[in-house]
Unconditional design. Structure first.
Length: 181
């Protein structure tokens, strides 16, 4: 019972921290402005790890690899702690490779969930509160995912089905990731 509670608490903390690192990566990749409450929260919440890592891991083609590395390391530490608590042995090379693979899959899974959340929030804001202060930010974050689909799926009767198609494609990606486990 105690191991389950610890797993829940650590999993929640690790997932939130990983999502913050991935949000920073996505915001920088789509060149979203950080001068908003969401951007400022992400920067303040992740600077402690990203800034030192940037000295070691430079960016590549506009990609913030330090944020991705911080997210991956967070997943590695979480999985290592959980494996240690449950009594799994990771002393062999195979154990460390399995841990690295599981961390990579967990990172990709959380990234897909982040993208899904962005698309859903952008769609909800466009319907319910198009003039909300956060609406332009989420529309800008969702645009790289929605624009290619909008070229293929036209607006029908004033309804934009691109968010639905993108969420379905992201669900398919989650199924693929789950089968890779």
């Amino acid at each position: 019972m105690l191991a389950q509670i610890l797993s829940l608490l650590l999993g929640t903390a690790a997932s939130l921290l990983t999502l913050a690192f991935l949000a920073r990566f996505w915001m920088q990749w789509v060149r979203a402005p950080f001068r908003n409450p969401v951007g400022q929260f992400v920067v303040v919440f992740t600077n402690w790890a990203v800034m030192p890592l940037r000295r070691i891991v430079p960016g590549l083609f506009g990609l913030d690899l330090a944020s991705v590395l911080a997210a991956w390391l967070t997943q590695c530490v979480y999985l290592f702690v959980i494996a240690s608590v449950t009594g799994a042995t990771l002393l062999s090379l195979g154990g460390f490779l399995a841990l690295a693979w599981a961390a990579t899959l967990g990172l990709l899974e959380l990234f897909v969930y982040l993208l899904m959340g962005i698309v859903i929030l952008a769609a909800l804001l466009s319907w319910l509160a198009p003039f909300a202060p956060a609406a332009p930010l989420f529309h800008g974050l969702a645009a790289p995912l929605l624009n290619p689909v909008r070229r293929i799926v036209p607006v029908i009767g004033g309804l934009d089905f691109a968010p639905l198609v993108v969420v379905l494609l992201l669900q398919i990606a989650l199924i693929v990731l789950e089968n890779l486990r």
